[in-house]
Design a binder for this molecule. Structure first.
Ligand code: AMP
Length: 507
């Protein structure tokens, strides 16, 4: 059950099919992809003494080598530790150390200063490695069972110190097999474009595309630029990509400016953060039936629920807005429950913590028994997200547990306040958090980025809000910003906004 068998199989079946692309230029077919992986695997074993179960960290921007190095590690039964490339070197060093990695690959092998990594860990250049032909050595991947550890997924840590989510080969396979069932059919002519970081969702979608012998495309910028994605789509055709909602928003802006309408794009899978209805409407108007939503988290990677392209695109349906504001229905391989504070299941329509059970759910947090015990309870993963199921099985997220604002004893879900403000034509982006308030316990504060960077009038926003929502949810304060602080996965850093408020109150 080694997931590297999927590459082995693809290379045997379709050796001449294009596999790895830098921009529009083919770099390797499936035969040479697998040959390079075996050569790298050989180096890991014989030059760097990597053994099954050892951790191999990657601290690099997106590149074709990223896939080769990950598969080389799996080929020999090692565990990959992909690290968000936007982290500071000291944060990355903390992860390398926490994972107890034996090697860490960076672009040129010279990111960490001498003494910054433990003596047991070696930094190596990940790009441009030359490997020797190795004949029949390591002809097949290391044989392991489904529980063997494959990927330590370090959480984005927006609410505290990052934790290493333990994902096994079985987890990754279950996740991948749900993709064609619930997200999108995959064909060999497809081109998966890695515009979002490969250390996260975009990288996790590689497996099913390897299994189907599809093309893997790393943009020349090694990151995300809307115009580059459009050019790749025009040149390669049948492009699919994973995109955080902020990326979709930028694609919409760029498409509007250039008259582009989605030509060459097959599917945009969005998720990882809330997509506001106002933004989704714009995206559907431009891209039509090309959008699919997923809801997942590192602890059940990319696989909790999905909303299909038909449901997103069918704007004529009377219940469109309600369904489009949801995150869809449970993926084929998981059960979803909504629990009250005492972890008892709630009936449809009642909001509580979302819990998930199934073969995609992590095995626990790496070397963190206490956090594992709090999060995996009676076989259920407690997601820390709040939401409700309706009687047709649609799940709607209201917020993260930690983000709910309790004002005057009433719960205010920032997401619903954001949805209303995001609809205002002068609002480009918005994020709502709670601020300590002597009278109300907490009060609602809205951070707003104005369209065209012009701050909208507070009174106008107040009147807009009051026409649409209960007054106890109304922001007591507006703060206008040029942009919202976000991490490289496109999640707004609410902790920074709260900190900003604390500092402003203290000064
Ligand atoms: P991560 O583990 O970094 O992928 O973060 C997962 C978290 O992102 C989830 O627990 C949710 O709070 C949020 N998230 C993921 N997908 C969605 C979605 N489709 N809509 C809203 N929030 C999402």
């Amino acid at each position: 059950m080694n997931i590297a068998n999927w590459l082995h199989n693809a290379a045997q079946r379709w050796p001449e099919r294009g596999a790895l692309f830098e921009g529009q230029r083919q770099r390797a077919d499936y035969h040479s992809f697998a040959a390079q992986v075996r050569g790298l695997a050989h180096q890991l074993v014989h030059e760097h003494r990597v053994e099954p179960g050892d951790r191999v960290a990657l601290f690099m921007k997106n590149c074709c080598e990223y896939l080769e190095l990950m598969y080389a590690a799996w080929w020999i039964g090692a565990v990959v530790v992909p690290i968000n490339c936007k982290l500071h070197r000291s944060e990355a060093g903390w992860i390398v150390d926490n994972a107890g990695a034996r090697v860490v690959f960076s672009d040129d092998g010279q990111v960490f200063a001498p003494g910054e990594l433990s003596d047991d860990c070696q930094e190596l250049a990940g790009r441009g490695r030359v490997v020797a032909a190795i004949g029949e050595a390591l002809a097949t991947p290391y044989s392991c069972n489904a529980d063997h550890l494959a990927w330590l997924f370090y959480t984005s840590g927006t609410t505290g110190r990052s934790k290493g989510v333990m994902l096994s080969h079985g987890n990754l396979m279950a996740m991948s097999l749900c993709y064609p069932l619930d997200v999108d059919a995959v064909a060999s002519r497809d081109a998966l474009v890695y515009a979002a970081p490969m250390s996260h969702g975009a990288g996790l979608y590689n497996f099913i595309h390897v299994r189907c012998g599809a093309r893997h495309v790393v943009p020349e910028s090694r990151g995300f630029k809307a115009e580059e994605v459009f050019a790749l789509a025009a040149g390669l055709g049948e492009v699919s990509l994973f995109a955080a909602p902020t990326m979709v928003k930028r694609m919409v802006e760029q498409a509007r400016a250039t008259g582009y309408a989605g030509e060459g794009i097959k599917t945009i899978v969005y998720g990882g953060a809330p997509m506001y209805l106002a933004d989704l409407q714009d995206a559907v108007d431009i891209f039509g039936p090309r959008l699919v939503q997923i809801y997942g988290q590192g602890e059940s990677p990319m696989t909790i629920s999905a909303l299909s392209r038909e449901q997103i695109a069918d704007r004529q349906r009377p219940e469109w807005a309600r369904i489009a504001a949801s995150v869809g229905r449970a993926h084929a391989c998981v059960d979803i429950q909504v629990l009250d504070a005492g972890l008892r299941p709630l009936a449809a329509g009642h909001a509580g913590q979302i819990a998930v059970r199934g073969p995609t759910v992590m095995h626990g947090y790496w070397r963190n028994e206490a956090a594992t015990r709090q999060t995996l309870v009676d076989g259920w993963l407690l997601t820390g997200d709040i939401g409700y199921l309706d009687d047709q099985g649609y799940l709607t997220l209201t917020d993260r547990c930690k983000d709910v604002i309790i004002s005057g004893g009433s719960n205010v879900y920032p997401r619903e306040v954001e949805e209303v403000l995001a609809l205002h034509p002068e609002v480009f982006e918005v994020c709502v958090v709670g601020e300590a308030d002597p009278e109300w316990g907490e009060s609602v504060v809205a951070f707003v980025v104005g369209r065209g960077n012009r701050p909208p009038d507070e009174r106008v926003l107040g009147a807009w809000f009051i026409e649409r929502m209960a007054s106890f949810k109304k922001p007591k304060k507006y703060v206008f910003l040029a942009e919202l602080p976000k991490n490289s996965y496109g999640k707004v850093l609410k902790t920074e906004l709260r900190q900003w408020l604390k500092e402003a109150a203290a000064s």
